[in-house]
Write a protein that binds this ligand. Structure first.
Ligand code: SF4
Ligand code: SF4
Length: 361
């Protein structure tokens, strides 16, 4: 691997934030109609970003195998799931990635690839962007800032230049171009303990900077809050800022966001095929709220039985409902006028700123 170098804590020294987040304080939320299956294809990644909520990296060996991929395919087809959202790690590094995408598109399922951009410039993956363009895959790419220093601090030295090269490659293929059906979205997340600024303003800033400096175009800009779990959560604990960050999220809670949190219409499946209400719960190993069992496998679930079932929540859920809200598709609501209270934010060092019968209630 000759990608950008790793940053952040090693997984050996990772603080476990799970016990700190388990709480029944968060308001009850229940599932609606299932629209999206988010598949985590494994924790292998060419990068080791400091904010990574998956603790992914080049040394991780957890990869979804072909049997589980085919079980997910069966679930998608049998339950008429319209969208599959592929994540990781770097999902493109799963050896069955092309087989999966090909099968999904053959069944007219919309596919979103959560791409770190640098993988597109790695040896062995130089033709993956072209493959995705041919298949009509939507790409949602992380670019935590449009400034080189900030991106390299969070993602490793050289990450920004490699990301720009990846974006240029995608633009050449038609991604993000006006009138093109190939959608290219970017994802922003804060450098430290701030809540994200208003999404529309960020979109304007990203658009003009990337166009003026590199001629790069894209469609949407999604603004995500940092979740207090795994690598970022560990950093908060190390620096004694965990409680203050949770308080910041709670102080900015917006009840109106509860109706549109992503777990209401999305189901998350891990690399072994076990189910969770969302990717964050997956990382925290909090089982599906609809299950009375400890774990439930995708091969034994009928999707329609989920509607109206309880969602497993914890203190991290305030990360989805603070301010303008946060989800894999960006903000949930209007910018929150109370975001001014962020001047009270904690300051990080080095930062700028089962079975079907197992269903319960
Ligand atoms: S944030 Fe994304 S690119 Fe960075 S280590 Fe995690 S999975 Fe990989
Ligand atoms: S973290 Fe967000 S998406 Fe996950 S269960 Fe909580 S509110 Fe839902």
């Amino acid at each position: 691997m000759n990608g950008p170098g790793p940053v952040g804590d090693s997984s050996d020294t990772m603080h476990l934030t799970r016990p700190l987040l388990l709480s029944n304080q968060f308001p009850e939320i229940r599932r609606g109609h299932l629209i999206t299956l988010q598949m985590n294809l494994g924790y292998l990644c060419n990068m080791s970003c400091s904010h990574c909520h998956v603790d992914a990296g080049p040394r991780r060996r957890e990869i979804m195998n072909l049997k589980t991929i085919n079980q997910c395919m069966d679930f998608v087809v049998e339950n008429g799931i319209g969208t599959v959202d592929l994540t990781g790690g770097a999902p493109e590094m799963n050896p069955h990635f092309r087989h999966l995408v090909h099968s999904l598109r053959g069944n007219d399922v919309h596919v979103i690839d959560r791409c770190n951009l640098t993988i597109l410039e790695q040896e062995g993956y130089l033709d993956i962007a072209e493959f995705m363009a041919r298949q009509g895959v939507e790409i949602t790419a992380s670019l935590p800032c449009y400034l080189e220093d900030n991106v390299d601090r969070q993602r490793g030295k050289g990450a920004f230049r490699s990301s720009i090269a990846g974006l240029e490659r995608l633009n050449r293929l038609g991604y993000g171009q006006p009138g093109s059906e190939l959608k290219l979205n970017l994802v922003y997340n804060p450098q430290g303990t701030d809540l994200p600024p208003p999404q529309q303003q960020l979109h304007t800033d990203y658009s003009s900077y990337l166009k003026d400096h590199f001629g790069i175009v894209f469609n949407e800009l999604y603004s995500l809050a940092n979740m207090p779990i795994r690598r970022f959560g560990s950093k908060l604990v190390s620096q004694g800022l965990f409680d203050a960050y949770i308080q910041l999220l709670k102080d900015n809670f917006q009840e109106s966001n509860l109706g549109s949190v992503m777990c209401r219409d999305t189901l998350s499946v891990d690399w072994k095929g076990f189910l969770y209400d969302c990717d964050f719960n997956q990382m925290l190993e909090i089982p599906l709220g609809a299950s009375d069992r400890q774990t439930m496998h995708i091969s034994s679930l009928e999707g329609s039985l989920l509607q109206g079932r309880r969602i497993s929540t914890g203190l991290h859920c305030y990360g989805c409902t603070a301010g303008q809200g946060s989800s894999c598709g960006g903000t949930l609501g209007e910018a929150n006028p109370r975001q001014g209270s962020q001047k009270q934010r904690p300051e990080l060092d080095g930062s700028q700123s089962a079975e079907k019968s197992g269903l319960g209630s």
